[in-house]
Design a protein around this ligand. Structure first.
Ligand SMILES: Nc1ncnc2c1ncn2[C@@H]1O[C@H](COP(=O)(O)OP(=O)(O)OP(=O)(O)O)[C@@H](O)[C@H]1O
Ligand SMILES: [Mg+2]
Length: 232
């Protein structure tokens, strides 16, 4: 098992009110697989993904990624884990505006142990010819391709995507999904992706449905649909 989450709990306090956002979540995903997390707004999807990725911490429970027990790492080790093992892709691309496409990728590859070639990754996402452009000179889909390149260049074992196509139209979304499937195949990257779009779950090995902080359904897909055939 590559990802193993057991009885993960997390609550937030604001004033006197405590809200339990994760109520004992468990999930598992094999190495090299794609997992999709579905669920309504506010159900705890991002909270779960952020704890798995070491951006946030749970209150109790266990998150294990390969041999690393993420939940018991010190702050310094958690930073190492996040830097060395995890790539993040968000709904809004978070590129650095005053760096070119190439430089946005380089800043990440420079701090990685075993980065891929910047140009190889830019080629893989179809953005090599726009290496010297600035983010504001790109469309939303192109910016998202660059943010995928930025996440992939450090050759992470785990790629976490929070609504990666949330801001994109149908055709562009499908291009992004094809790209994620390609990254999964070519680099063997395990991918866990949050989406509101149930159609996207067809390309996953495993689908988790979250409702109010609990996994209410956990389904293994027997056949995986190529992203280019997904319709919605
Ligand atoms: N830092 C925080 N402080 C207080 N409450 C928070 C915090 N972060 C999240 N929450 C609350 O936790 C709940 C779950 O939030 P989360 O972002 O995980 O939901 P989500 O499933 O990702 O929703 P969406 O689909 O809208 O992105 C929400 O009710 C949210 O208000
Ligand atoms: Mg969210």
């Amino acid at each position: 098992m590559f990802i193993k989450v057991e009885n993960l709990k997390k609550s937030y306090k604001s004033g006197d009110v405590t809200t339990q956002v994760l109520k004992g979540v468990g999930l598992e995903l094999n190495k090299g697989e794609i997992g999709v997390i579905l669920g309504p707004s506010g159900s705890g999807k991002s909270t779960l993904l952020n704890i798995i990725g070491g951006i946030d911490r749970g209150d109790s429970g266990v998150v294990k990624i390969e041999d690393t027990e993420v939940t018991s790492l010190s702050d310094n080790k958690l930073t190492d884990y996040r830097r060395d093992k995890v790539g993040f892709i968000f709904q809004f691309y978070n590129l650095i505006p005053n760096l070119t496409v190439g430089e946005n990728i380089e800043v990440v590859s420079n701090i990685s142990d075993s980065p891929l070639e910047v140009d190889e990754v830019l080629k893989a996402v179809g953005m090599l010819d726009k290496k010297y452009r600035f983010p504001k000179e790109l469309s939303g889909g192109e910016q998202q391709r660059v943010s995928i390149a930025r996440a992939v260049v450090k050759n992470p074992k785990l790629l976490l995507c929070d609504e990666p196509t949330g801001a994109l139209d149908f055709t562009t979304s499908r291009e992004i999904l094809k790209l994620l499937q390609k990254v999964n195949k070519e680099f063997g990257t395990t991918i866990l992706m949050i989406t509101h779009n149930t159609a996207i779950s067809a390309m996953a090995n495993r689908v988790f449905k979250v409702r109010s902080g609990e996994i209410v359904e956990d389904k293994v897909n027997e056949t995986i649909m190529p992203a280019e055939r997904i319709e919605w």
